[in-house]
Design a protein. Structure first.
Length: 312
């Protein structure tokens, strides 16, 4: 693919070592991110994207889609837990949850840790991602075998238009929104998509999505926030460290859906969890990152970035 070839290169050094090289002139211009591939475990082309799994000395097993690092077994819990529990702990009763994307199973694994979640629907267009994760990254993929999970292999932009369920929480775990060459771009997941999500989320429910890290590309982040407002009326931003990602961190957008003309100007409320999980409880749930105090701290933003974000 032109898009894939433009974004990622592999380099062979004189000693025969093979590097995974990731670059993106839109998201992080003038930068390259290198990981030494100790062993390529799986490499295949699905109908939708290039899938690769390789071993790395520090980061363990690494999954890439179209050349972009999606997760590593060393630090994936940081991303998966925060994308899951920031929204879960912002609503009292998240019994019915929709996950769009997330075929690696990481978000589903985290949802299964919360006894309040009774039903999980996972929608992903690429069944091969699920199969690769089950086979090569079982610490995430095994969660997809749970009887609490209803898996739909289909186009999410089509699924939401015909869906009749109402959800307490919707989590978007898609790849690389905003790049004009990306299969997951703002034209596909745009105003119509987010407006429909609002109809599928109950009053007081929560929508969450991964987004750009602070200062990486504020133009695209502002565009994503504007789209997010078609679904969520009150929006918060969480700042999460993920060392295996190119900028070493990522953002989480999460917002509350208000209906029947209800409004709120108090953005700070989402930065304080309404369902609290203490450090002791988090350990009992086998959480390694999320607990109530970290929820609050990750939503405490750098001063200049916070002023900019909450002025949008």
């Amino acid at each position: 693919k032109q898009w894939y070839q433009r974004r990622v290169r592999g380099g062979m050094e004189d000693d025969g070592s093979l590097w995974h090289v990731e670059e993106n002139d839109v998201h992080y211009p003038g930068q390259r991110f290198h990981l030494l591939q100790e062993k390529i475990v799986c490499e295949r082309q699905s109908d939708y994207q290039a899938i690769k799994v390789f071993e790395h000395k520090k980061f363990g097993t690494v999954l890439t889609l179209d050349g972009c690092v999606q997760c590593s077994t060393y630090d994936e819990f940081l991303y998966q837990e925060m994308l899951t529990f920031l929204p879960l702990c912002s609503v009292a009763e998240p019994s019915n949850v929709l996950v769009i994307g997330g075929g690696d199973g990481g978000v589903v694994r985290e949802l299964l840790k919360d006894i309040r979640v009774q039903r999980i629907t996972l929608v992903d267009i690429d069944e091969e991602v699920l199969e690769v994760s089950k086979k090569f990254i079982s610490s995430m993929g095994d969660s997809l075998n749970s009887n609490r999970v209803d898996i739909k292999i289909c186009d999410a932009s089509v699924y939401v238009q015909s869906c009749t369920d109402i959800f307490d929480v919707v989590i978007l775990d898609l790849v690389d929104d905003g790049d004009e060459h990306s299969p997951m771009n703002f034209d596909i997941f745009g105003e119509k998509f987010y407006s429909r999500l609002k109809e599928l989320i109950r009053h007081g429910g929560i929508l969450a999505d991964q987004t750009f890290s602070p200062y990486s590309n504020n133009t695209l982040l502002a565009e994503q926030v504007n789209l997010f407002r078609f679904a969520a009326d009150k929006i918060c931003y969480g700042f999460v460290p993920v060392p295996s990602f190119p900028n070493g961190n990522i953002g989480i957008l999460f917002g509350q859906v208000l209906k029947d003309g209800a409004t709120s100007d108090d953005y700070s409320l989402l930065s304080i969890p309404c369902h609290r999980i203490s450090a002791e409880q988090a350990k009992e749930m086998n959480l390694k990152c999320y607990y109530d105090k970290f929820h609050e701290s990750c939503c405490t933003l750098p001063l200049s970035f916070g002023d900019w974000f909450y002025s949008l």
